[in-house]
Design a protein around this ligand. Structure first.
Ligand code: ZN
Length: 133
């Protein structure tokens, strides 16, 4: 398994990690298969969405914060219950097909690391599975 570290800069943000993931795909030499991207954290997540228009990220994060407010009658006493809930809503992994040694993403799709309780040092794991020919 491969991976990389990143340092988030805000409590809540979406960081485009497509280039780092594509780099690992390229280095693997795999032409066709599946790239599995996973975050080993309980207050962060991974998603795929539009990267061209930054306002899409703003809308996702703002709407998530409306659905899951920072302060409510939470039982978890660490002060980051909202981050745990957002992480479960978005999910901890994505799988992307690999074709011609590249991530087979749509034109507007990018892979985002979603920080919900930063800023922190974070890890992303990348597992590449080669298709049988
Ligand atoms: Zn917590």
């Amino acid at each position: 398994m491969k991976g990389f570290s990143l340092r988030t800069k805000q409590r809540v943000e979406m960081v485009d990690i497509t280039d780092q993931v594509q780099q690992i795909v390229a280095e693997s030499g795999v032409k066709s298969g599946v790239c599995f991207v996973f975050v080993p954290h309980t207050t962060a997540a991974i998603t795929i969405n539009e990267g061209a228009d930054r306002s899409v990220r703003m809308d996702i994060l703002e709407r998530l914060s409306n659905i899951v407010p920072a302060n409510a009658n939470y039982h978890h006493l660490e002060g980051n219950a909202d981050a745990h809930i957002k992480a479960s809503l978005i999910g901890s992994s994505v799988a992307v097909p690999i074709e011609n040694a590249k991530l087979a993403l749509g034109t507007w799709q990018r892979i985002f690391f979603c920080e919900f309780d930063g800023p922190r040092a974070r890890e992303v794991f990348v597992q590449i599975v080669e298709a049988r020919s």
